[in-house]
Design a protein around this ligand. Structure first.
Ligand SMILES: C[S@@+](CC[C@H](N)C(=O)[O-])C[C@H]1O[C@@H](n2cnc3c(N)ncnc32)[C@H](O)[C@@H]1O
Length: 488
């Protein structure tokens, strides 16, 4: 899984959901969507009922899965009158896989509805009238609905069947379950990744020691396809502790007993990498082995993507934006909206490996990147060097623990600010940001709810919304990302 910073103090979610026994089934109409495009369905209980998988205008029979005083979480029992806009899901695994739950809606419709839901949310939270809201609202940033994912992580599930294809399931988890959907296709993945995953599965099935493979990460990069095969020693205390190996002791499984990759598996992986002409990294605990270059490294081996005519080295553990097309357009839009000039000092909070820091540094006088994961800070410094950008400073900091009384080194006068936080948003630093007096703030968000919470603070400190729009980074899923520009 990509490494992103996890603060030590996690916010706890409040749940008071009760059992649904008393509510049972009801019939209702789908009136509108929430932000995740769950339908909001009329019901006889005088509550707001959220139901995934339904479309506005439909008449549906719903099972109330849980409820509180005001809210019902429901599931479809039957669609009694379907919307004319409902389409056939493209992926054969749609019913089971937890991945792309909006495939019954065209990409155009998804983008329209996500955009509308966010526009409504912002207008309400920021007290915008219709004309103000229309003035700031911008066209969505989009990509193709399929083939857009350049990175994915698949899990394995080994059964105790001695032979046959069913011995290994390789794919994504089923929705709300630990079961693995054995993928035969995955239309949202870049086509080279589906091809390599299916071929790798066939190879692993032939190798007895391959049962120690627990995960596979796939990367479709500009000049090559890369695969990271994660091997876990079933005997290691770490593996047992994490419960990441097969759940029960299986007969016929050869445990990895030393800190080396089993020879038969290593040989099969070398052959596979040669035949497929891919970059293949085998990872055992924290050691990585580049199977073709026979290069063993305790540091993670470098991969590379490109954007804005810059090179970004990263490792399989680092966060990268998975939709390359949306990422390119998002960077272009960010540079257009924030308009960095050779006079500007710019702060980039939650900077990752420098996805925005470096494009800013190409255009601005000075850029300061701040990121929680130490290795990504190192990677950002390395990436600045790789691209010959000398005007970049990078700092490690936990931005959820910000204490104004002990100002950190990165807190300096700035002209502009870009921030791209994880789902929790940036509440802790929000109080301080207005004191730095940036003329413009560009907020990129993967969680509109925390974004709205944060920008309300900026608005009360005298900033105004100038532009806003959605970034449809994950078509066919309920995720929605947003970009908002505020000015003093
Ligand atoms: C959505 S990613 C964006 C990264 C980068 N801007 C990009 O476009 O690739 C959010 C980043 O914030 C970092 N992060 C999350 N919580 C953090 C915190 N509390 N303090 C500092 N960084 C944090 C994550 O490690 C991750 O790199």
């Amino acid at each position: 899984m990509a490494r992103i910073f996890k603060p030590s103090k996690q916010l706890k979610s409040r749940k008071h959901a009760s059992s649904s026994k008393q509510l049972g089934h009801f019939i209702g109409h789908v009136d509108k969507y929430d932000l995740q495009l769950k339908g909001i369905v009329s019901n006889p209980h005088n509550k707001v009922a959220f139901v995934p998988g339904v479309m506005v205008g439909e008449k549906v029979k719903v099972n109330a899965v849980s409820y509180t005083d005001k809210v019902i979480q429901g599931e479809i029992v039957d669609i009694l009158k379907a919307s004319e806009k409902r389409i056939k899901p493209q992926c054969g695994h749609f019913e089971k896989c937890g991945g792309c739950q909006l495939q019954y809606m065209s990409n155009e419709q998804q983008t329209l509805e996500k955009s509308f839901a966010l526009q409504q949310l912002l207008a309400k939270a920021c007290n915008l009238n219709q004309s103000q809201s229309e003035d700031i609202w911008q066209a969505p940033v989009e990509s193709d609905a399929f083939g857009y994912r350049r990175a994915a992580r698949l899990v394995t599930w080994w059964s105790d069947k001695p032979t046959g294809d069913e011995r290994l399931q390789l794919g994504f988890r089923e929705e709300k379950s630990k079961q693995v959907v054995d993928i035969k296709e995955c239309p949202v993945l870049a086509p080279d990744l589906v091809d390599v995953a299916l071929k790798l599965k066939a190879t692993l099935l032939k190798v007895e020691t391959a049962t120690s493979v627990t995960h596979i990460q796939l990367f479709s990069l500009p000049n090559y396809t890369a695969v990271v095969v994660r091997i876990t020693d079933p005997q290691s205390s770490r593996a047992k502790h994490k419960g990441k190996v097969v759940k029960t002791p299986l007969e016929g499984i050869t445990p990895v007993t030393t800190h080396s990759i089993p020879t038969s598996l290593k040989e099969a992986l070398v052959d596979f990498a040669e035949q497929q002409d891919i970059h293949l990294i085998a990872e055992l605990d924290d050691q990585q082995f580049d199977v073709l270059r026979a290069h063993l490294s305790a540091n993670q081996l470098q991969l590379q993507y490109q954007a804005d005519q810059l090179k970004f080295d990263f490792t399989a553990k680092d966060f990268i934006q998975v939709n390359a097309e949306v990422n390119d357009k998002m960077i272009a839009q960010a540079m257009d909206w924030l308009n960095p000039s050779s006079e500007d000092t710019i702060l980039d909070l939650f900077s990752g490996v420098g996805n925005f820091t470096l494009p800013l540094a190409k255009r601005a006088k000075h850029v300061i990147g701040v990121e929680g994961v130490f290795n990504m800070v190192k990677q950002l410094k390395h990436n600045a060097e790789l691209n010959g950008l000398t005007s970049v400073e990078a700092y490690q900091a936990d931005l959820s623990q910000f204490d104004e009384k002990r100002p950190p080194k990165w807190l300096k006068p700035i002209d502009k600010l870009l921030l791209d936080p994880a789902r929790d948003g940036a509440f802790a630093v929000m109080q301080t940001i207005p004191k730095l007096k940036p003329k413009q703030i560009l907020y990129i968000s993967c969680n509109p709810t925390t974004m709205v919470r944060d920008i309300k603070l900026l608005i009360s400190a005298g900033y105004q919304l100038k532009k806003a729009g959605i970034l449809n980074m994950f078509p066919n899923t309920s995720h929605v990302e947003a970009m908002v520009l505020l000015e003093k």
